[in-house]
Design a protein around this ligand. Sequence first.
Ligand SMILES: [Zn+2]
Length: 326
Amino acid sequence: MHFRFITFILLLFLFSCTHEPKKETPVETKPERVIVVPTFNADTAYACVKDQVDFGPRIPLTKAHADCEKYLTAQLSKYADGVIVQKGIVTTFDEKKIECKNIIAQFNPQQKRRVLLCAHWDTRPWSDSDTARKNEPFDGASDGASGVAVLMEIARHLKESKPAIGIDIIMLDMEDYGQPNEGPMQRKEDTYALGTQYWAKNPHVPNYYAEYGILLDMVGAKSATFLQERYSMHYAASVVTKVWNTANQIGYSDYFLFRDGGYVTDDHYYINTIANIPCIDIIQQDSATKSGFGSYHHTHADNMSIIDANTLKAVGQTLLQVIYSE
Ligand SMILES: [Zn+2]
């Protein structure tokens, strides 16, 4: 994904509310619903990050990519009510036609109320933000594997204790095949998130709809901070508020900051604009770095040494709290 610096117009909507006097009608009082939220196991998630990294960089058309697809499909098949591997041909910035594979796991497929959770599982083919070996890939421990690992651990819980709502987990392919920032080619739009763009135009279920979506990207690094990204705020402010409030209530205020993150064109942008599903992005941002992301972003430093189970826990437990409160 990449950063877009766009001047923005802040629209203020003024809501007026009227208060009608309450009628005194005797109603049976229902007992308050007791919500049991499972405990996210960060060690399991950490192991899943490592499993993916051990395959090697998950670049389309490589053995590591094929091996990882098998692994993710097999794991999800243990937990979900149904797994679909959606295959589609996409065109890359350098005019290659490549097959992308979106791995979709359905939970409670009969439920009308649905929430979409997603993360990209591919890794970028180049370390173009590094100072050395720019043409070689990196491990993608945080950028790719971490989001997938959090969702896999959530999938395990969805099997063990059914939530009240339907959930779809989508492991998105070819997010990170986007045009490098430097180079002789003219800048092209929409070269990232190719798997998501394909899915948004060709949903796995006709007229697919979810009440909202949550995208995870780079959610595994030590002391990561998640800012309130602006496309998320524009399209799904209430979801951002719900997730950030939840995280802060359960003790993760060091990670989920109530701070403006600027615009990031990530998978969620296309889920909002093409699929018309309000979707937020939980993505590590750091205003002190040049990229605006973690200092390891698109460099060889994105390996297991930067991964911290505490960060995976903060994100995973927050998501479980949100899901099981619905
Ligand atoms: Zn990336």
